[in-house]
Write a protein of this length. Structure first.
Length: 165
């Protein structure tokens, strides 16, 4: 939040409307069940704006994680949540297609643990409509990340992980 990578997060952090769910299961079927359950919870509880599903085990490999993301998106579609919720994905080894693993721009989607972020589409549309030039957000974040460099973000991730233990 401090570096404003997501310009919409501050409000939700201050409102305490983000739900953090640690999922210990590693079987895809159980993970998808948890995802659907979380969407149902969001349907029922308007005080929760968004949910982060955090996977401390089982999806450390980036390609295994990408398979999970594909299956999770399929589940949203199959359960009728397309257009209602969307997923953003974060992983410790996140790497944009055609980018070097070492490119600092990858840190815009890196996190201490593999994470699926369930976003209410209506809220995102509203936030984007109120933000001047929302299409500039990814480019601004990439430029910021490259200016700071990979070492800067590595230190942040280490600080984050050590402060939680």
């Amino acid at each position: 939040m401090k570096y404003n990578i997501c310009p919409f997060a501050r409000k939700e952090v201050e409102n305490n409307s983000i739900r953090y769910v640690v999922i210990e299961q590693t079987k895809i079927k159980m993970v998808i069940k948890n995802l659907v359950n979380e969407c149902q919870r969001l349907d029922e509880q308007n005080t929760i704006e968004t949910s982060l599903l955090i996977f401390p085990h089982g999806f450390e490999g980036f390609y295994d994680y990408l398979d999970l993301v594909d299956r999770a998106n399929d589940a949203l579609f199959d359960k009728g949540y397309e257009g209602q919720y969307q997923l953003a994905s974060f992983h410790p080894d996140y790497c944009f297609e055609d980018e070097a693993q070492s490119d600092a721009a990858n840190y815009t989607n890196r996190s201490p643990y593999p994470t699926l972020h369930i976003i209410r589409e209506a809220s995102m549309e509203k936030a984007l409509s109120e933000y001047h030039e929302p299409e500039s957000i990814p480019e601004r974040n990439i430029a910021f990340a490259r200016k700071k460099g990979s070492d800067f973000f590595e230190r942040l991730l280490i600080q984050c992980c050590h402060s939680k233990t």
